[in-house]
Design a protein around this ligand. Structure first.
Ligand code: 5GP
Length: 174
């Protein structure tokens, strides 16, 4: 099994509390609306699944797959949309659901791509944020946790496709 050393950062209960806080904010802000929640795969699927079950507003769900050309641990900055959108974005209230914002290149690119499709509103919800690593500015409207500059795994986040299933969040110790 894993040779990497994992250090616990947030327990399942801490994550549940923060997801509930974000859901509350979304419920408050989107009252009377029917937002389109767009998850960025693969990492956001666990967060999305937990978040939507706490929502009291009706939502539509879709996912996109984006890929950077870098290796597993470094983003190159060149992003492409591998699996595109099926839902119409024009005139919709779009809320992007991202697992983690690191350099900001991935989500920054995707927000620009969506903005060109003329949504009626466009916001970003990210469970984890590593602001010390930012290379391009990103406005996070709903943010869960601030992380140190370490590689995180668990709760949907992988290292070479491992660890996504862990209910807690860990960092890999070098
Ligand atoms: P960006 O650097 O473009 O903000 O981050 C892009 C993607 O890199 C994230 O959506 C996520 O998939 C991955 N990533 C960034 N930091 C981490 C991390 O600490 N752990 C894991 N597992 N993935 C990360």
């Amino acid at each position: 099994m894993p040779a990497e050393q994992l250090k616990l950062l947030f327990t399942e209960e801490e994550i549940r509390g923060q997801v509930a806080k974000l859901a509350q904010e979304i419920n408050r802000d989107y009252q009377g609306q029917y937002p389109l929640l767009l998850g960025i795969l693969k990492g956001s699927f666990v967060f999305m699944a937990d978040l939507i079950r706490l929502l009291e507003v009706p939502v539509e769900i879709d996912f996109v797959t984006l890929a950077s050309y870098g290796s597993a641990r470094v983003t190159s900055g060149k992003i492409r949309v591998v699996k595109g959108l099926r839902s119409a974005v024009k005139g919709r209230d779009v809320l992007v659901i991202e697992d983690i914002v690191d350099t900001g290149l991935t989500v920054g690119y995707f927000m620009d791509y969506l903005r060109r499709k003329k949504p009626s509103s466009l916001k970003l919800c990210a469970l984890f944020d590593k602001p010390s690593r930012r290379e391009v500015p990103v406005d996070i409207d709903y943010r869960g946790f601030i992380l140190p500059d370490k590689f995180a795994v668990g709760y949907g986040l992988d290292f070479n496709e491992r660890f996504r299933h862990l209910p807690e969040l860990y960092v890999i110790e070098d």
